[in-house]
Design a protein around this ligand. Structure first.
Ligand code: ATP
Ligand code: MG
Length: 297
């Protein structure tokens, strides 16, 4: 397990105003960690990841059997920050029956004809399950805020100056509603540097097996980097709550991202009062009868 004090540094305290530039994209949020050196940290991170993946398999079974809570994990990030790879690795030991991943793209015409939370509501995890949102309703206060021309279908009067504040409020209320109904929510912003994004885009261009991952649209969004950092900062500050906190995860090194995300998921599930369902007296009697019947066959 990663020490709580390091995790606390990545968790955005509700009500506190953070600046993304204060968050390390490498791995060391403290000088103490920096001093350990990259190789040592990487080795430890990989060990922690292995252990957490094994634990996650166990605790997910318990979540499923317990059948009262669900876990919603939201991933948001700039392109090439490693959302897909993180989801793939962290969930590798999880029973596919208890886990659903949804990747949200540009909304369809039907989706745009509904309120912005509609398509997400339809895909929330059931009790006992883990639901992963690869992009989410946060796109509606991120990409849409950077490109307000995307807001085409609203009555004019609704687009006043409280519009974004209202959306943050709606998101907080929505998440509050989910939490009150037994959904545990974790939100990860994978914090990649502009430099690392360039390096990963270059790899996509240079390596034939990675060509398919490159999209010209990604380059167009990169040109809005500063705007994105600003809207991320605003969204994170407005929506990190006790019931749905944001974690700002360093994303320049995949081993660091994966170890941190796996650790936070596993320890969050461990803190729940999960238990295998109790078998009642009446059920025990039925089991005894069944055993007798089978034995007498
Ligand atoms: P990958 O590139 O790894 O396949 P991705 O999540 O980047 O994964 P893309 O299809 O490349 O998938 O991108 C989805 C795009 O949809 C993103 O640019 C995102 O900003 C955009 N998008 C998501 N929600 C909305 C929305 N509500 N309005 C407009 N664009 C949106
Ligand atoms: Mg993409």
């Amino acid at each position: 397990m990663i020490k709580q004090k390091y995790i606390d540094l990545l968790r955005v305290t509700p009500g506190k105003t953070i600046q993304l530039k204060d968050y390390d994209t490498g791995w060391a949020q403290t000088n103490g960690l920096k001093a350990l050196g990259k190789d040592k940290i990487k080795e430890q991170a990989n060990e922690i990841l292995e252990k957490n993946l094994a634990d996650l398999t166990q605790v997910q079974q318990l979540l499923y059997a317990d059948d009262r809570y669900s876990l919603l994990i939201v991933f948001q990030a700039m392109d090439a920050a490693g959302k897909d790879g993180t989801i793939k690795h962290v969930m590798s030991g999880v029973n596919p029956q208890g886990c659903q991943v949804y990747s949200f793209k540009k909304p369809t015409a039907e989706e745009l004809d509904h309120n912005f939370l509609w398509r997400f509501m339809k895909n929330l995890p059931e009790r006992g399950r883990i639901g992963i949102f690869n992009r989410s309703y946060y796109e509606d206060v991120l990409v849409v805020k950077v490109h307000p021309e995307l807001l085409t279908n609203l009555p004019d009067g609704k687009k006043d100056k409280t519009f974004w504040k209202n959306r943050y409020e709606d998101i907080n209320a929505f998440e509050r509603h989910l939490e009150r109904n037994g959904t545990v929510i974790l939100k990860f912003f994978l914090n990649v540097s502009k430099k690392t994004q360039k390096k990963r885009f270059m790899e996509r261009l240079d390596r034939p097996e990675k060509n398919w991952k490159f999209s010209a649209a990604d380059l167009a969004e990169r040109a809005h980097w500063n705007d994105y950092m600003e809207v991320y900062e605003e969204a994170i500050n407005a929506t990190s709550t006790e019931w749905a906190p944001w974690y700002i995860i360093p994303a320049d090194h995949k081993w660091a991202t994966r170890a941190l995300v796996a650790d936070i998921i596993t320890s969050t599930l461990r803190e729940l009062d999960l238990k295998f369902p109790q078998v009642s007296e009446a059920q025990l009697q039925l089991l005894a009868q069944a055993r007798e019947e089978l034995g007498n066959e």
